[in-house]
Design a protein around this ligand. Structure first.
Ligand code: F6R
Length: 644
């Protein structure tokens, strides 16, 4: 085992450390959450045995959900009782009614308290309803109450993309106490999805202070997914600074970061593991090291010298392979061979060094698109080429994407149908009534109210129309667009249901029907809560169940990256270049998704339009290839093969 591989359920070990806080990295969020839940359970039981209360500080957000789920499982299956548990939550939006959809009171009940035997009077959450002139008294009494129970035995934390802990935004001092805090723009933008729009996110929150958090006898911070990677690097390896409040945890005598591999990906031991330990120089590690060296030194691969390798902690690699010259050529050729303008394989060409097989010359290709626009945003250039090069291309739109349509957009369409039917005297009172009801609901919809099934249907139809329009634009027949409307997605909320047998079934049925030679899927392995991950899980499970079938023996699965980032350069196995004209054509294909333009429901912290993100990313990939010394292309889409 080398230093960057985890044994199942065990954190990764290392020799030298750049890390200023103990950090346990697990293969995934589930394994990590199980370890944390185990520690909490042991503490609860120990306190029980001592006849004492166990005082826990708890967090909300997406990160601790998996820990709470594991605690609930232990309560059900392993007799873990919460009767002696007293909890204090970190924070609450201000103002906030406790029964509101976004309140942390509701969150905690749904995620934990309603499922365990904690006594009703044993949990405390900052009160989002106290009048402004009473907040000062309230926050003092909150701290006093924690002290009255003897202080926190254990504090669970998440971390904001800006480094906040609790809602202690950058600028918070190490001696800050529980208080009312203005929320950062980035924090509000990250919460916009839960509230329906940025404007509806409260501007303030009551939060336990940094000093209040640091007083806990044990502090464990969780982080999952690559979006957290930069801030984890800053908090763990950077200096202690108020600009990254999580870095204050470096001063805690008993703190621990528990993170998954994706959140750890910027840490030195993951990014350049050869600097912290001996590594096994397999081909993947060699590619990673050589491309990293080339990009860091700003030198094309073929110009790297023995001295460059020796000066940058890679002398043992040289000792193993001999000369920089041989190493450079080998890696350069491997990268060269990933580039192809023939994503479906080049007919009648020698395919020894090509990413795809030449035969069959005409393939059936099945593109899975988690949302109705991921196909064109993430692999629009490849989609177009596959069609233009004579392959039979199908697209499976996995979810309806209905929650990402703005109310006003839906109202416009509902009004259109009602007006149209009236104008032409169309006799379908029932259908007209559905749209009339939807329009009436939308006109009077209150903040954070959930959409009715009719409105969700209208919103889903809008996105379906846009997806069909993209298919027409690319040139595939409309019957090759398959709308799966996977049930896990249909909650009307950001929070989705777990993957069910029915979800897997619809995916299996379509694969069996199309019998594809190629499957393209959004491979966002690093986003543990996102729709993309659930959609991928469904495909992977379907493929595993079908793999014994004959047609599957001739099926290759290619993963593209959807939402957040591109594959690392050393991982890419197929790179499909685009000319300036092809890139422009892709942009026009993305424009078909009008409901996702000009300020969308889920803007997040990135204010760019989707076509801009896609173009910048594809141009960025091409630029990386070029900086490594390969040919200069306008843009590139990248894929990794999943060998099932
Ligand atoms: C929640 C809290 C916040 C979150 C942080 C990360 O009570 O205080 O600090 O822990 O914003 O949120 P997620 O886990 O949703 O990424």
């Amino acid at each position: 085992m080398d230093s960057t591989t985890a044994r199942a359920g065990e954190p990764i070990q290392q020799a030298i450390t750049y890390e200023k806080i103990p950090t346990n990295i697990y293969a995934d969020a589930k394994a990590a959450s199980q370890a944390v839940a185990k520690e909490i359970a042991a503490l609860i039981r120990q306190k029980q045995a001592e006849g004492k209360p166990c005082v826990l500080g708890l967090a909300t957000g997406s990160s601790p959900k998996t820990v709470y789920a594991e605690l609930i499982r232990m309560h059900r299956e392993e007799d873990l009782s919460f009767r002696n548990v007293v909890t204090f939550n970190l924070d609450e939006y201000y103002p906030m009614e406790p029964d509101s959809l976004q309140s942390y009171v509701r969150f905690m009940k749904e995620q934990l308290f309603d499922h365990v035997d904690i006594p009703a009077g044993n949990y405390f959450i900052p009160d989002g309803t106290v009048p402004l002139n009473k907040v000062a008294d309230f926050v003092r009494s909150y701290e006093d109450k924690i002290e009255s129970y003897g202080g926190l035995d254990f504090q669970l934390l998440g971390i904001g993309g800006n480094g906040h802990i609790g809602f202690n935004e950058p600028g918070s001092l190490i001696n800050s106490h529980t208080r009312l805090m203005m929320l950062d723009h980035s924090t509000r933008a990250a919460a916009a999805g839960d509230f329906g729009s940025l404007a509806k996110v409260p501007k303030k929150a009551i939060t336990m202070g940094v000093a209040s958090i640091l007083k806990a006898r044990r502090v464990v911070l969780l982080a999952w997914g690559e979006r957290k990677a930069p801030v984890i690097k800053a908090a763990v390896e950077g200096v202690v600074t108020e600009l990254v409040p999580a870095s204050y945890l470096q001063t805690h005598p008993n703190g621990l970061f528990v993170i998954d591999e994706a959140a750890a990906s910027e840490l030195t031991r993951m990014k350049t593991p050869w600097l912290v330990d001996t590594v096994v120089w397999d081909n993947k590690m060699i590619k990673k090291a050589v491309t990293h060296l080339s990009l860091t030194l700003g030198k094309p691969i073929l110009k790297l010298t023995n001295k460059d390798y020796n000066d940058n902690g890679m002398s043992d690699l040289l000792a193993q392979v001999g000369q920089a010259y041989d190493l450079n050529i080998d890696v350069f050729n491997q990268l060269q061979h990933t580039i192809t303008g023939w994503p479906g394989g080049k007919p009648a060409a020698d395919d020894t060094n090509r990413p795809e097989r030449a035969l069959p010359a005409s393939k059936r290709c099945l593109i899975f698109s988690p949302h109705p626009d991921d196909d064109i945003i993430s692999m629009g250039g490849t989609f177009q080429r596959l069609h233009d090069q004579g392959h039979e291309v199908h697209v499976a739109y996995q979810t309806s994407g209905n929650i990402a349509v703005a109310d006003d957009e839906a109202l416009r369409f509902a009004d259109y149908v009602v007006d149209f039917n009236e104008r032409f005297g169309i006799e379908s009172p029932q259908a007209t009534q559905i749209f009339r009801d939807a329009a009436a609901f939308l006109r009077n919809k209150k903040d954070s109210e959930m959409d009715t099934p009719e409105v969700r249907h209208v919103k889903g139809l809008i996105r379906r129309g846009e997806a069909k329009s993209t298919c027409r634009f690319v040139g595939i027949p409309v019957e090759n667009a398959h709308f799966l409307d996977m049930p896990f997605y249909e909650t009307g909320k950001v929070e989705k249901k777990p993957l069910s047998e029915e979800d897997i079934r619809v995916v299996m049925d379509l694969i069996e029907k199309v019998k594809p030679h190629q499957i393209y899927a959004a491979g966002d392995l690093a986003d543990p809560h996102g729709t993309h991950k659930v959609c991928l899980d469904a495909i992977m499970e379907a493929v595993r169940r079908l793999k014994h079938k004959n047609f599957m023996k001739d099926c290759w699965v290619w993963l593209y990256r959807g939402a957040w980032a591109e594959w690392d350069i050393y991982e890419i196995e197929m790179a499909v270049p685009m000319s300036p004209d092809q890139l422009l054509r892709k942009r026009l294909g993305i424009f078909k998704h009008q409901s996702q333009k000009d300020g969308v429901v889920f803007q997040g912290t990135d204010s760019r339009e989707f076509w801009q993100r896609a173009e910048e990313r594809n141009q960025g990939t091409a630029e990386l290839y070029n900086r490594l010394g390969l040919a200069e292309y306008e843009a590139m889409e990248a894929f990794v093969r999943w060998k099932f």
